[in-house]
Design a protein around this ligand. Structure first.
Ligand SMILES: NC(=O)c1ccc[n+]([C@@H]2O[C@H](COP(=O)([O-])OP(=O)(O)OC[C@H]3O[C@@H](n4cnc5c(N)ncnc54)[C@H](OP(=O)(O)O)[C@@H]3O)[C@@H](O)[C@H]2O)c1
Length: 328
């Protein structure tokens, strides 16, 4: 079967297509024929050698939607989504030391077939196509935990979500809106801000503009801020957070923070809270929430699987709103 793998000997992007045998399934496992698989920023980080645990020859890809073609009869023929968590462990608060995410170091979803334990599968919500379903698992799970477990967003919470075009952030927008929160967004792109407003955000601010913090704070501060940009933006968020509010960070796309404004942090009684992925229970809650609320992920671009390398390279820029998906 055709697989998109890490090619550690490449001088440029560490990517190649390889032929691998269709995996054999142990008892209690299913063979899933992939119909679609979504890209995540980690696939890009791996392709440029900036991710821990990169292993030559490993099939990339954390997200997938497909059909069970072999395995226990109660699963046969089902349309499924894949939970990308491997060994979260027993503590719902934090992942175990053995935790990893499908697609490095374990073989992932950028292949025609994958063998998985049945406890990694969930039925695809019927209102989603395969490409929409594939867009959901990793980014949806990260957004769900960041938005509800960590930021504690609820009806009427006033929330700022940054970098709204991102795969995870657009799910945070959709989830928080479905919960009845009042959402504000920032972005580098006016078109993405317009799209966020079209989806239900109250207003948007361009973080490239010198006075965006002033604009964002003009009508009041925020109960929660959900961010993956990191860098020195955190000091801007400390100006915008309500006393006692929560700043949730799940990424550091722009790098480390230099000179954290500790005075503002302790005086405002605010919290800066880290969040990564989510436990298996949150994964199931997230999929149920998407089903109940009929949430539809934004799929920006669909590439045929054969163009997977081109698709990952396209993440050099962040022109997309939502997710990039491969179709098999
Ligand atoms: N901890 C976890 O479990 C976890 C899970 C998933 C992702 N992540 C990390 O979270 C980050 C986002 O992942 P993703 O998959 O959503 O990536 P993505 O789809 O590529 O989105 C990245 C977004 O970052 C925004 N951005 C860049 N610079 C910014 C700035 N200065 N201020 C505000 N926003 C900025 C951009 O938004 P605009 O285009 O709107 O400007 C861009 O669209 C990555 O660093 C990723 O590694 C962590």
């Amino acid at each position: 079967m055709k697989s998109l793998v890490v090619n550690a000997s490449d001088a440029g992007y560490l990517l190649a297509f390889a032929e691998k045998p269709i995996p054999k399934i142990p008892k209690g496992h299913c063979l899933v024929k992939l119909n679609a698989a979504a890209l995540n920023r980690r696939d890009y980080w791996i392709s440029v050698g900036k991710y821990p645990g990169i292993k030559d020859g490993v099939t990339l890809g954390s997200d997938g939607a497909g059909e069970v073609v072999d395995g226990p009869k109660e699963w046969l023929g089902k349309s499924v989504l894949i939970n990308p968590n491997i060994e979260w462990g027993d503590n719902p608060e934090v992942q175990s030391a053995n935790y990893s995410i499908l697609g490095t170091p374990e073989n992932g979803t950028f292949a025609e077939y994958i063998a998985l334990s049945t406890d990694r599968l969930v039925e695809k919500p019927a209102h989603l196509s395969d490409t929409q379903g594939a867009a959901l698992p990793l980014a949806g799970l990260t957004a769900y935990r960041a938005t509800f477990t960590k930021a504690q967003v609820q009806k009427n919470s006033r929330v700022l979500i940054t970098g709204i075009g991102g795969g995870v952030s657009h799910f945070a927008l959709l989830f928080a809106l479905a919960a009845g929160a009042e959402i504000y967004a920032n972005s580098s792109s006016t078109a993405k801000l317009d799209k966020a407003i079209e989806l239900g955000a109250q207003a948007g601010f361009n973080y490239k503009s010198d006075d965006w913090v002033k604009q964002a704070g003009a009508d009041g501060k925020f109960d929660a801020i959900i961010d993956s940009a990191g860098g020195n933006s955190i000091n801007d968020y400390l100006k915008l957070i309500k006393p006692g509010g929560r700043i949730v960070t799940y990424g550091s796309t722009t790098g480390k923070t230099e000179g954290l404004d500790l005075f503002r942090l302790f005086w405002s009684q605010a919290s800066i809270i880290g969040s990564t992925m989510g436990n298996d229970q949150e994964f199931h809650q997230m999929v149920d929430f998407v089903r109940e609320q009929s949430i539809i992920p934004a799929v920006d671009t669909v590439f045929p699987f054969e163009k997977g390398i081109e698709a990952i390279k396209s993440m050099t820029t962040t022109d997309q709103f939502g997710k990039i998906v491969l179709s098999f």
